[in-house]
Each structure stands twice: as structure tokens, then as C-alpha cells.
Design a protein around this ligand. Structure first.
Ligand code: PHE
Length: 354
């Protein structure tokens, strides 16, 4: 056989038993196996090339020699593989400590923004508020007309609003206020029986804003609304003071500044004393001690009338607040985008929002 096979093969054959015994784990074993009997570049592969190129009268003898060598190697490899696998199994069994607790599977949880909205719902629930929802694809009627927003109002422009190209008159709602229109229409039937209407409407809204640390084309709002007899600004202020103290702490002060929204009159923006610096002035409140948190006001009579509710008998208030802004403040998160990137480490660290 030695005359038939090239010298490097003879050398490989001599070295084989020692190399095989030196394989202490399956990785090393597989490397050796590849080098000897692998499909490409191995000693066996080289011998096969040699056989192909050999003169016809030598093929028979050479073929038999190669086969014998290949079989011997494969048998030895198989035996060693069984040994290594058995050793690995035994080592695994020895390392298993049945007294250790089982590994806990990773658990899912509600998103921090949903938890914050749930918290707000719980703050208002004892005051008799329930949750109403509306669709994210809305009509111009609910998003604008029913809210006393004039036809030429800039917010209606396609620079701010996502309109559905294939469905004229439909859009992605730009605020949660269209739920006011839907809910007033729905609940007017029982308004006398219940003595009024009160609800909260949390949800997603959409605006054509460039993405940056404080803007996103999709964000969340919570709408609140109350209709009753003789409702005025004092009720709005008292309710907001209660709710915002429940959320930001009992020392929180609120401040109403006059502002304009077509669907309220009078309208205001509401600030809370900065919960992070106790109104002394910090990065979050930009040194002013106050943070703007929501828009609000007394429901415009046109909104009640549009929904079919007599504005001479009923009055009420409404507010809409930005959830991301509040979440950023409560958790001192500097960049709103973190809430939408679903990085597990961030989401887990957000436990503090409840
Ligand atoms: N819808 C208004 C906004 O998105 C907020 C608001 C709601 C103001 C209700 C007044 C009353 O900015």
C-alpha cells in the first residue's frame, strides 16, 4: 500500500491515532474529521482525485487501498465520536443541580405609555368617568366640523393632517377630540336619566411632524369631558387640580392661562408646577418652574348643538393632554423616540411610571 499512496498520506495515516485521541471535545473532533474524510480538501478527497487521474491498469489496486484506508479512518472516528458524546452527556448530568430554581421565562408587560393612560383612567374612575374610544381613521366631520373648526382653519391643511388619498373626507385623527363628537351623540339619549355625561378617551393621534426628541407623527392623548347643569370653569379647575395632584403629588399647583381652541370658550392651557424641581427651575421646566400639560376649556355651545344637545340647558368642560410629554416628565426621559423603539432595557427601566 505504501508504494501506491503519496508520502503525505502515509504520514497522515501514521499521525491519525494520536490526533484522534487528542480530541478532547466535539469541536476539535469535527475539525479532525473534516481534515481526514471531509467532502472537500480532506485526505480522502485528495485520494479520490488521485484515483481519477491514475492510469487504467492501476485503478483497481489503488481503489482498494483507498477504500481500506477510508473505512479504517471512518470506523475509528465513529468510535471516538461515541466516546466524546457519552463524556459530554455525563458532564452535563453532573453539572445539573436539581435543587436550583428553574430559570424564569422573560415576562411581557404593558407598555409604559399604556400604563400611564391606565393610571389616569383610575384617577378619574372614582369621579364617575368611564372610558370611551373612537377610531383612529376618522371623518372630517368628527375631527373638525363637529368641533366648530372652520373650513379655512390651518389645522385642516394637508401640511398638518394625514388625509387618506383613496378615501376623500377621511383622515388619521389629529387629536382625541373627535371622540367628544361621537360620545355626545351617543350618550345624549340618556343625558337626562344620568344627569349629564362624563368620560375619558385615551388613544393614538397623528400629525405630520418631523421626528425629533420631542415630536413624533404618532403620539397619544387623553381626552376628558363632562357635561352637566351649571358647569363652569371652577369645576374644570377643581377637577384638574385633584387629578394632577393624584398624578404628580399632593404639593402640585396648577395654573390656567387663556388660550384658544375653536371647540371651547373660554379656552385655556394648563401648567403644573414642575414636579421635578418643586418649581425652583430645572431643565425639564426650562427654568420657569411650570410645565404646560394640557389644553382645556368650557365646551363651545356649537359643539353641544352639533351633537344635538341643548346648549341652553347643558354646559360642560373638556380637556386634552399629551401622554408622551407627561411620561417624559415623570420618568425624566429626554427623548420621546425611546418610547417607540421597543428596547427591552428601556422598557424594563420604565417600571417607575406606575
Ligand atoms: N384637542 C386639543 C389639542 O389637541 C386639546 C384640547 C382638548 C383643548 C379639549 C381643549 C379642549 O391640542
Amino acid at each position: 500500500m505504501d508504494q501506491l499512496l503519496p508520502p503525505e498520506i502515509a504520514e497522515a495515516e501514521r499521525a491519525f491515532p494520536e490526533a484522534l485521541a487528542a480530541c478532547r471535545d466535539l469541536d476539535a473532533f469535527l475539525r479532525l474529521k473534516g481534515a481526514y474524510v471531509g467532502r472537500e480538501g480532506s485526505y480522502v478527497a485528495r485520494l479520490m482525485d488521485l484515483l481519477k487521474a491514475a492510469p487504467k491498469d492501476q485503478k483497481r489496486e489503488l481503489g482498494a487501498a483507498i477504500n481500506a484506508l477510508k473505512n479504517a479512518w471512518e470506523e475509528a472516528l465513529k468510535a471516538r465520536q461515541a466516546e466524546l458524546e457519552a463524556a459530554k452527556k455525563a458532564a452535563g448530568a453532573a453539572a445539573w443541580d436539581p435543587t436550583l430554581p428553574p430559570p424564569l421565562p422573560a415576562r411581557g408587560a404593558l407598555h409604559p405609555l399604556n400604563r400611564l393612560m391606565d393610571r389616569l383612567v383610575e384617577v378619574f374612575r372614582p369621579l364617575g368617568f368611564h372610558v370611551e374610544e373612537g377610531p383612529e381613521v376618522e371623518t372630517e366631520e368628527h375631527n373638525f366640523d363637529g368641533l366648530n373648526i372652520p373650513a379655512d382653519h390651518p389645522a385642516r391643511g394637508s401640511a398638518d393632517t394625514f388625509y387618506l388619498a383613496a378615501h376623500p373626507g377621511q383622515l388619521l385623527r389629529t387629536h382625541t377630540s373627535p371622540v367628544q363628537v361621537r360620545t355626545l351623540r351617543k350618550l345624549k339619549a340618556t343625558i337626562h336619566e344620568k344627569g349629564g355625561i362624563r368620560f375619558l378617551a385615551p388613544g393614538r393621534v397623528y400629525r405630520k411632524d418631523e421626528i425629533d426628541p420631542t415630536h413624533s407623527p404618532m403620539f397619544h392623548q387623553v381626552e376628558g369631558m363632562l357635561v352637566g347643569h351649571g358647569i363652569g370653569m371652577q369645576h374644570l379647575k377643581g377637577t384638574l387640580e385633584y387629578a394632577l395632584r393624584a398624578l404628580f403629588g399632593p404639593a402640585t399647583e396648577i395654573r390656567l392661562r387663556p388660550s384658544y381652541f375653536p371647540f371651547v370658550e373660554p379656552g385655556c392651557e394648563v401648567d403644573v408646577s414642575c414636579p421635578l424641581c418643586a418649581a425652583k427651575g430645572c431643565r425639564v421646566c426650562k427654568g420657569s418652574g411650570w410645565v404646560e400639560i394640557l389644553g382645556a376649556g368650557l365646551i363651545h355651545p356649537n359643539v353641544l348643538e352639533f351633537a344635538g344637545i341643548d346648549s341652553k340647558e347643558w354646559s360642560g368642560w373638556a380637556f386634552g393632554m399629551g401622554v408622551e410629554r407627561m411620561a417624559m416628565m415623570l420618568s425624566q426621559t429626554p427623548d420621546l423616540r425611546l418610547f417607540f423603539e421597543n428596547d427591552q432595557r428601556f422598557l424594563e427601566a420604565m417600571g417607575g411610571l406606575d
